[in-house]
Design a binder for this molecule. Structure first.
Ligand code: XMP
Length: 517
């Protein structure tokens, strides 16, 4: 089978906040797409022989000094779709005229399809689209015609179908352009002639071969955190190299209810993995004793985690293990490439970042090309259970950031029980995968008075936190039905010793954060 990454789309990044979304949408159509900085080398961009190029939007104006320009080698007869700034860069490169518009067009707009063409084929005559631009096309390059118009712009879409060159002023990649995916589908299959061959199963076959080729007969270690990325990386490595893999799992005592047991059960028993499970609970509790300040807690945990992991890793290095696998995923790679302007610096993975360099491991990163949703699909295709594949994000410092005040085993157990009830009820109501992006309990170091039966109680307060978000940078509090909150509150106060009051956090981010710390 040919490489499922070949014959896809190269997305040239001019700095839009939506660039990654373009690649995701293309991949949702089963065509591989990769993002490159606009000034990446031609050989790099063409490494997987893309059939077409999409030029992203961006914040600049094409005539500004230092504005990013379309790569010169692209000014040939390749299929190109320019989006917003990408359209302006294409226009500028091919001799058209871009003008600053008096009316900045931002938000929803309607476009009218004016000329039949492959890009807009089978799309409605009038379409709602999402605009976000200042400049607009004054005069398209020679050979181009307007394909659709908006009130503000006679060239909301333009093209030179004979040369397979197109530009759109709006953003087809965002959900606010309802027919955007159909437009991208037309571009991929009708204009570029791509084949829909990118799928989790195709990826697994290729990744297994690539891992085997990279590591040969050598051994590999992997840090398993219980999170989705390292779990899927582990399952993939296990399939590729079986016994050559040793996974290390550190139980910090700060994980959720049943999590350590589940990791051992799934990976050692179900997947048959060589798994070293280190129970470092006592060391963590001991070093966290009397630490209540959030940053101080984080420092203690970060350092002890690395020390514990490094001790195991060092032993394995002495046994001759040469490779360290990490669950780095594509957004990590793109973000670090974009911010550093060099594409191979990798954001340190929170669980193993900072590993002493003297260990000298070579990295294996089998998920570097995948978006989060693709990681989940691959995990499912590898037979991992839903509880792991669909797990919500969990912070590296674990329950330490949710057990405010002093961290003791007793308080952690109280928090774990309450958190498990919240999770269980959300799950029953179908709100763990839809309706909340992250939901958890927070134990507060605050006591208040209550009454239970004939007794006065004086116990701690528990806060429930649930948010919806796409990117975890901003978030809104989840509108959980009152009846569900009532049930959760009732169960927690009745079933969990040490809590007599439950509150629901109705703060969005900003100004709040998701975790309380
Ligand atoms: P905040 O609380 O900053 O959280 O709104 C945003 C997202 O990041 C997660 N988070 C962490 N993840 N290590 C991690 O791996 C950390 O130290 C950490 N702190 C916060 C948080 O759970 C949320 O998803």
């Amino acid at each position: 089978m040919t490489d499922p990454r070949s014959g896809g789309i190269a997305v040239i990044d001019f700095g839009s906040q939506y660039t990654q979304l373009i690649a995701r949408r293309v991949r949702e159509l089963n065509v591989y797409a990769e993002v490159f900085p606009f000034d990446a080398a031609q050989e790099k961009i063409n490494a997987h022989q893309p059939r077409g190029y999409i030029l992203s939007g961006g914040p600049n104006s094409v005539y500004e000094v230092g504005a990013p320009q379309m790569p010169r080698w692209l000014v040939k007869n390749y299929p190109i779709l320019g989006v917003c700034y990408g359209m302006q860069a294409l226009t500028h490169a091919l001799g058209g005229i871009v003008a600053a518009s008096n009316d900045r067009e931002f938000g929803p707009a309607q476009i009218r399809h004016t000329v039949a063409n492959p890009l807009l084929n089978n799309l409605p005559d009038n379409m709602n689209v999402w605009m976000s631009h200042g400049d607009r096309i004054e005069q398209p390059p020679a050979g181009f015609v307007g394909l659709a118009a908006s009130d503000n712009s006679p060239y909301a879409a333009m093209g030179d179908p004979a040369r397979k060159l197109y530009g759109v002023q709006f953003h087809p990649e965002v959900a606010h352009t309802p027919q955007g995916k159909d437009l991208l589908r037309n571009f991929l299959f009708d204009v570029c002639g791509c084949e829909p061959k990118w799928s989790p199963v195709a990826f697994i076959e290729e990744a297994v071969k690539a891992i085997q080729q990279q590591v040969g007969g050598e051994r590999v270690i992997l840090g398993l955190s219980g999170g989705v990325d390292s779990a899927v990386a582990g399952a993939l490595l296990q399939k590729a190299i079986g016994d050559q893999l040793t996974a290390i799992f550190v139980n910090t005592g700060l994980l959720r209810k049943n999590e350590p047991e589940q990791v051992v059960q799934v990976f050692r028993e179900q997947q048959g993995m060589n798994l070293i499970a280190v129970d470092a609970t006592e060391e963590f509790l001991d070093q966290l004793k009397a630490t209540t300040e959030p940053e101080a807690k984080r420092k203690v945990i970060g350092k002890l985690f690395i020390d514990t992991f490094a001790t195991q890793a060092r032993e394995l290095a002495h046994e001759g293990v040469k490779f360290l696998a990490q669950g780095t995923i594509y957004p990590d790679v793109i973000e670090s490439a974009a911010s550093s302007k060099t594409s191979h610096v990798i954001k340190s993975h929170h669980n193993v970042g900072g590993l002493p360099p003297d260990l000298g491991f070579q990295l294996v990163e089998p998920l570097r090309d995948l978006f989060k949703d693709e990681v989940r699909n691959v995990g499912t295709a590898l037979g991992l259970p839903d509880e792991i594949v669909w797990r919500q994000p969990f912070p590296g410092p674990g329950l330490a950031v949710r057990c405010l005040g002093e961290i003791t085993w007793k308080r952690l157990e109280t928090l774990r029980e309450a958190d498990a009830i919240f999770t269980e009820e959300l799950d029953k109501a179908g709100m763990l995968r839809q309706g909340t992006s992250q939901a958890f309990a927070v134990l507060l170091p605050v006591k208040s008075v209550g009454v239970m039966g004939d007794y006065r109680t004086y116990e701690e307060v528990l806060a429930l936190r649930a948010v919806t978000t796409d990117d975890f940078m901003t978030a809104d509090w989840a509108r959980i039905p009152y009846d569900l909150l009532a049930k959760v509150s009732n169960r927690i106060v009745n079933e969990v010793r040490g809590i007599n009051r439950v509150t629901y956090d109705i703060t969005s981010k900003p100004p709040g954060t998701i975790e309380w710390e």
